[in-house]
Ligand binder design. Structure first.
Ligand code: STX
Length: 326
């Protein structure tokens, strides 16, 4: 990963665990300037968790940077790799409620919502539910969980571009079950036997980790496919996709009126194979007020150099606009 476009590494000045109900404890942290403009970082997956470098998209002198790990992943517990985790209490709307609870507990009136990929899905769902809590939006690699988006990446479309990586994803599933890969994976990912669920989780995660960068990133693949993290990532993603994210088909683009007046930047890689530009384009057409920044030499990941630069430029611009008094 080349993160030269970002701010230098920093450590949190405060961390904690928020009890969100249903036995879930959500890890959160604040870094940067305690008196700065608040921003909440929504990570991808769902199930990807936050990393230290996610703090680096924001000027630490200007922002109060809030990172948290969504239910069941990262440093939140119970971890979805743990048999004690009950994913019935892990849905889009539970996460939206968790974000609101976190905002109130941190004493924040309005904050910037920054999210890529699944983080953009969750950012749209949160902002459309609580528009008055959102000062501005920075969205990347737009994903709205429509049927054809899931079919593209998890049911075979993207195999046209990564047939070699797809082979490793496909071979976990017997030929007779391959017409419904998400369902076939569901059975294996939630099998209590680690000899069944771990290889399935690693294959699911390896497929995604391989296809999200323009060039192969062995370090990212290695990190994402560690057994516990891969199990949580694959289980949570699969659970959300089996349920269409608990969203009406097309809901997040259809309901854009609720957030039309919120200043927003959309950053999209031209060669994003995971969440192809069609979705960012559909969102842009429905919401021309949001600025669309196309990065012509990038894939999906936030760590792609052109994407990282465009995201930092967006947060810099919003920081310069000052802390809004809405
Ligand atoms: N899933 C795309 C997504 O949100 C549909 C995503 N893919 N990989 C990631 O996020 C991480 C690298 C953040 C784990």
């Amino acid at each position: 990963m080349n993160l030269d476009a970002l701010y230098p590494p920093i450590e949190p000045y405060e961390t904690g665990e928020l009890l969100v109900g249903d036995g879930n404890r959500v890890y959160w942290e604040c870094s940067g300037n305690p008196d700065g403009k608040p921003v909440v970082f929504l990570h991808g997956g769902p199930g990807g968790g936050t990393s230290d470098w996610h703090r680096r998209f924001f000027d630490p002198e200007k922002y109060r940077i809030v990172l948290f790990d969504q239910r069941g992943c990262g440093r939140s517990t119970p971890h979805a790799s743990d048999p004690a985790a009950d994913l019935r209490y892990n849905t889009t709307w539970h996460l939206v409620a968790d974000i609101e609870l976190l905002r109130k507990n941190l004493g924040i009136q309005t904050w910037q919502v920054f999210g890529g990929s699944w983080g953009s899905t969750l950012a749209l769902a949160y902002a459309q539910t609580h528009p008055d809590a959102v000062s501005d939006l920075v969205l990347r690699g737009i994903f709205t969980l429509r049927k054809h988006e899931l079919e593209w990446f998890y049911e075979g479309g993207a195999s046209a571009l990564f047939p070699d990586a797809w082979a490793g994803y496909e071979e976990q599933i017997p030929v007779l079950e391959r017409s419904r890969m998400i369902e076939a994976y569901h059975r294996r990912l939630f099998d209590p036997d680690p000899a069944v669920h771990v290889p399935a989780a690693q294959a699911w995660t390896r497929w995604e980790a391989t296809a999200i960068t323009l060039r192969p990133d062995a370090e990212l693949i290695e990190r994402m496919t560690q057994p516990a993290d891969a199990t949580a990532f694959a289980r949570i993603e699969n659970h959300y996709f089996m349920h269409g994210g608990w969203l009406r088909e097309g809901q997040l683009i259809e309901d854009v009126d609720a957030i039309r007046g919120i200043p927003a930047v959309i950053v999209q890689g031209r060669y994003d194979v995971c969440t192809p530009m069609m979705t960012a384009w559909d969102l842009h057409r429905a919401w021309p007020e949001a600025e669309l920044v196309i990065v012509d030499d990038a894939g999906h990941a936030a760590s792609e150099p052109g994407i990282a630069r465009a995201l930092r430029e967006a947060t810099d611009r919003f920081a310069a606009a000052g802390r809004p008094v809405r």
